[in-house]
Design a protein around this ligand. Structure first.
Ligand code: MTE
Ligand code: MOS
Length: 706
C-alpha cells in the first residue's frame, strides 16, 4: 500500500472505462423493453389548444399529463416544473408527451403525425426584459456594515457590469433513463448524480409509498451538475410511462436533443460598485447579480445564493450590500453547473479588480494582495474565516511558475498582442449554511463481510471525478487493509442509505469524512470471522453558525483556494487567441489522490477556458442557435498547452486526512484569467464572455464600444 494518502493509485474504474467494458445505460439490455421518444414544444411560450393524435397501432402508447397519478410536477426546489406540459408551454424543447413502443421507426412515424395546435403568447427572452417586467423566481438580499460609511470614506468609486453566457455541460454520455414496473414497485435505472433526488421526485409524482420506488445509478459518463436536476424530470416521466405500459421503458437522448432541452449554466449580468479608500483598500462593495433562470425555477435559487456569497471574491471588504435575482424567461431551464453561480460572480470580481487597478494606476497584483482576506476576518455574510489562508503563498508560487512579473511588464509596455492574466479565487465546499445539517443529514453505512471485505454503502456516485477510488482509499488507509478488499458499487437506493447528492464538491469533504469515521469504527470492532455494520451521521461543526433567513454567518464550513495564470497571444489578422501557457496553484487541503486532483484540474481548467473562449451558445427568441458539436465548440486536448499545477496545503481539521473539496474550484479561475490575459494583450477592457475573435475584432476596431 502507498505510504502517503496523496500518493496516486491506479484508478479503480480505469480499466473498465478505457477498455470499453463499462456498461452505460444505453448498453444495458432489458427484456421486452419499449422505447420512448419525447414530443417537445416548438414554441417558446404558447397555449396548447389541441393535440391531434394519429391512429396509434397496437402495442404503442401515448403517455402524458393525464397519466401522472400524483402531482404533475417535478419535485426540485419549488413546485413549478411540470412533468408533462399542462395547457401551456414555456420553452422550446419542453416535454409534452412520450410516444412509447417496441419499434423506434414506428415511434418516429407516430411522432411525425402528431399535430399540436398552439396559440402563441408573447415571451420574455432577455435578462433586461425580465428585470423590467419583474418576472422573477426569487430575489435575495444581504448586507454587512453600511454603504453610507463606505461612501463617506471613499477616495474612489468604481462601477461596472459583467456578462456571461450559457454553457452546455457536454457530459460524454447523454441523458438516459429506464423505468421498470414490477408488482406495485417502480425501479428506475439511469445516468445521474443524485439517486435520492430522483427517488423523492418519483415518489411524489407516482404517489407511491417510499419503499415502492427504487433508483439505481448506472455508470455515469460525466454530470458536471447537468445530471443533478434533470434526471428527476426524466425519472418522473419514465416512471409514469412504465406504470402505464407495465413493461420496461427506455429513454435515451440524442445529443442535439440533450443540448436543446436539458439545463444549462445560467447566463448572468453582475453589476459591481466599489468604494476604495486613499490607501487602495476596498471598503465597500455593492453588488447586483441577475441570473437568467429560464422557464422554470429548477435549482436557480441555490445557484443564485452561491453566486451572491462570492461577490467579494477573495477580498476583505468591510461593507457589503448584495442583491440577486433569478429571472424567469421563456428559454431552456438553467440549473446546476460546476461552480453553482460562483464562476459568474468570480468572473465579474476578478475583471473588476483588474479594472480598478488599471484606473488607480497600480499593479493589479499588488492591489489584489492589499485586499486579500485573512484568517480571522469576516466573510461578506459576516462569518469568520477560521483557517489559515495561503493566498500570499499561492500568489507567490503561481507568479514564480509563470514568470508573471517579467511577462506582465514586457507585454504591457510593448504592443505585441501578447498578454498575461491572473485570477485568484475560492470555493466553499458542501451545502451552504446549515444545509448539510438541516436538509441533507448525511447518513452512511459500512459493512464488514465474513470474507473480510468491507463495503461502502453511500448514495454518492462516480461520474469521472474519481470517487470510486478516493472513497475506497480513505477506507483502506483507515482500516489498514488493501484497497482491493474495499467494495463500492453504483448506488441502489434499496441498498444504500441517503448520504446526499453528488454535488457541491461535497463528496470527500462531507461523505469522505464519514467514511473515515465509519472505517475507524470497523477497525476498532474488527473480528476476522464476524459480519457487522456501522453507521455514521453528519455532525455540524459547532463553530459554523448560519442564519438561513437573513444570510448572516458562515455560508460554508470551509473554503478551498486557488490562483490561475493564463498567457495568450492574439493573432493580428484573424483575432484568434492562442493560449501560450497555463499555470495553476490550489489549496484543496490534503489531496486524497494526487492524480485524481490533477485530473480535476485539467478538466476544470479546460472547461473554464472553453466557457471563456469558444463555447458560444445563444438563444434567439427562445431558440438555441447551437445544438450540435458542429456549432457548439468545446475544447479538445489539442487546443491548450499542458496545464502546470502545484498544490499548497493547509490540512483541514474536519476533512478526511485533512482534505477539503476540489471539483468545482478548478473551474472557477480559468475564465477570468483568460479574459484578463486577452484584455492585457489588446489593451482594452472586455466585460463579457465568451470572447470570440469577432468580439476582439469589434473591440479593437471600434473605439465607441469602450
Ligand atoms: N469531474 C468529472 N470527471 N466529471 C463530472 O461530472 N462534476 C463536477 C466535479 N468534477 C464532474 C467532475 C461537479 S459539478 C461537482 S459538484 C463535483 O465534481 C462533484 O464531485 P465531488 O463531490 O466528488 O467533488
Ligand atoms: Mo456540481 S454543479 O454541484 O453537480
Amino acid at each position: 500500500m502507498e505510504n502517503n494518502i496523496s500518493d496516486s493509485v491506479i484508478r479503480l474504474d480505469a480499466e473498465e472505462k478505457i477498455s470499453g467494458k463499462a456498461r452505460y445505460l444505453s448498453d444495458i439490455e432489458y427484456e421486452d423493453v419499449l422505447y420512448a421518444k419525447t414530443l417537445r414544444s416548438e414554441r417558446a411560450r404558447a397555449k396548447i389548444l389541441s393535440i391531434d393524435l394519429p391512429d396509434i397501432p397496437e402495442g404503442y402508447f401515448i403517455v402524458g399529463k393525464d397519466d401522472v397519478p400524483g402531482k404533475n410536477v417535478v419535485k426540485i426546489m419549488f413546485d413549478d416544473w411540470p412533468i408533462f406540459a399542462e395547457n401551456e408551454v414555456n420553452y422550446i424543447g419542453e416535454g409534452i408527451l412520450l410516444v412509447v413502443g417496441p419499434d423506434k421507426k414506428v415511434i418516429m412515424d407516430i411522432m411525425s403525425k402528431i399535430n399540436v395546435k398552439y396559440e402563441d403568447i408573447p415571451g420574455v427572452f432577455t435578462i433586461d426584459d425580465a428585470s423590467q417586467k419583474d418576472d422573477k423566481f426569487i430575489e435575495y438580499k444581504y448586507s454587512k456594515g453600511d454603504m453610507k460609511t463606505a461612501s463617506k470614506n471613499a477616495a474612489y468609486v468604481f462601477e461596472n457590469e459583467y456578462t456571461t453566457g450559457y454553457q452546455e455541460h457536454v457530459y460524454m454520455e447523454p441523458q438516459g433513463i429506464v423505468g421498470i414496473y414490477n408488482n406495485g414497485k417502480i425501479t428506475i435505472d439511469g445516468s445521474m448524480q443524485c439517486p435520492y433526488y430522483v427517488k423523492d421526485a418519483v415518489v411524489q409524482a407516482m404517489e407511491l409509498d417510499y419503499d415502492r420506488v427504487q433508483i439505481r445509478q448506472t455508470t455515469t459518463g460525466g454530470g458536471f451538475g447537468g445530471k443533478e436536476d434533470y434526471p428527476s424530470l426524466l425519472g418522473c416521466q419514465i416512471a409514469v410511462a412504465a406504470y402505464k405500459v407495465k413493461k420496461p421503458v427506455k429513454l435515451v437522448f440524442e445529443r442535439n436533443e440533450d443540448i436543446m432541452s436539458t439545463t444549462k449554466r445560467h447566463p448572468s449580468k453582475v453589476r459591481l460598485k466599489s468604494y476604495v479608500d486613499k490607501a487602495y483598500k476596498i471598503i465597500g462593495m455593492d453588488a447586483n447579480v441577475r441570473l437568467d433562470g429560464g422557464a422554470y425555477s429548477g435549482l436557480s435559487n441555490i445557484v443564485l445564493q452561491r453566486a451572491l456569497f462570492a461577490v467579494c471574491g477573495v477580498y476583505d471588504v468591510a461593507n457589503v450590500k448584495a442583491k440577486g435575482t433569478a429571472l424567469k424567461t421563456n428559454k431552456v431551464v438553467c440549473g446546476a453547473y460546476r461552480g453553482f453561480g460562483a464562476p459568474q460572480s468570480l468572473f465579474a470580481v476578478e475583471l473588476f479588480m483588474e479594472y480598478m487597478a488599471n484606473k488607480l494606476n497600480i499593479d493589479p497584483l499588488k492591489f489584489r494582495r492589499m485586499n486579500y482576506v485573512k484568517k480571522g476576518k469576516k466573510s461578506p455574510t459576516g462569518g469568520t474565516f477560521k483557517e489559515d489562508i495561503l493566498l500570499d503563498k499561492i500568489t507567490d508560487k503561481v507568479q514564480e511558475m509563470s514568470d508573471y512579473k517579467r511577462k506582465y511588464k514586457d507585454y504591457m509596455s510593448e504592443n505585441k498582442l501578447k498578454g498575461i492574466g491572473m485570477s485568484v479565487f475560492f470555493h466553499g465546499g458542501g451545502f451552504t449554511g446549515n444545509g448539510e445539517r438541516d436538509i441533507i443529514k448525511t447518513r452512511l453505512k459500512m459493512k464488514k463481510n465474513k470474507d473480510n471485505t468491507v463495503e461502502i454503502l453511500v448514495s454518492n456516485v462516480e461520474m469521472g471525478q474519481g470517487l470510486a477510488t478516493t472513497f475506497r482509499k480513505i477506507a483502506s488507509k483507515t482500516i489498514g487493509i488493501p484497497i482491493e478488499r474495499i467494495i463500492y458499487n453504483n448506488p441502489d437506493t434499496d441498498k444504500v442509505p441517503n448520504s446526499g447528492p453528488t454535488v457541491a464538491s461535497r463528496s470527500i469533504l462531507i461523505v469522505g469524512k464519514l467514511i473515515q469515521e465509519a472505517s475507524q469504527k470497523i477497525k476498532d470492532q474488527w473480528s476476522a470471522k464476524d459480519e457487522f455494520e456501522v453507521i455514521t451521521r453528519y455532525r455540524h461543526p459547532e463553530e459554523v453558525v448560519w442564519d438561513a433567513d437573513k444570510f448572516i454567518g458562515d455560508a460554508y464550513n470551509t473554503y478551498a483556494w486557488g490562483a490561475n495564470v493564463v498567457e495568450v497571444e492574439v493573432d493580428p489578422l484573424t483575432y484568434e487567441v492562442a493560449i501560450k501557457g497555463i499555470w495553476t496553484v490550489y489549496d484543496v487541503g490534503n489531496a486524497i489522490d494526487d492524480n485524481i486532483v490533477r485530473g480535476q484540474i485539467d478538466g476544470g481548467v479546460t472547461q473554464g477556458l472553453g466557457y471563456a473562449s469558444m463555447e458560444v451558445l445563444k438563444s434567439k427568441q427562445g431558440k438555441l442557435g447551437q445544438a450540435t458539436f458542429t456549432d457548439y465548440i468545446v475544447p479538445t486536448a489539442m487546443d491548450f498547452p499542458r496545464i502546470h499545477r502545484e498544490l499548497v496545503n493547509v490540512p483541514y481539521y474536519n476533512g478526511p486526512f485533512g482534505a477539503k473539496s476540489v471539483g468545482e474550484l478548478t473551474f472557477d479561475g480559468a475564465a477570468p484569467a483568460y479574459a484578463i490575459a486577452v484584455e492585457n494583450a489588446i489593451g482594452k477592457p472586455l466585460n463579457e464572455i465568451p470572447i470570440t475573435p469577432e468580439t476582439i475584432m469589434e473591440v479593437m476596431n471600434n473605439e465607441d464600444k469602450l
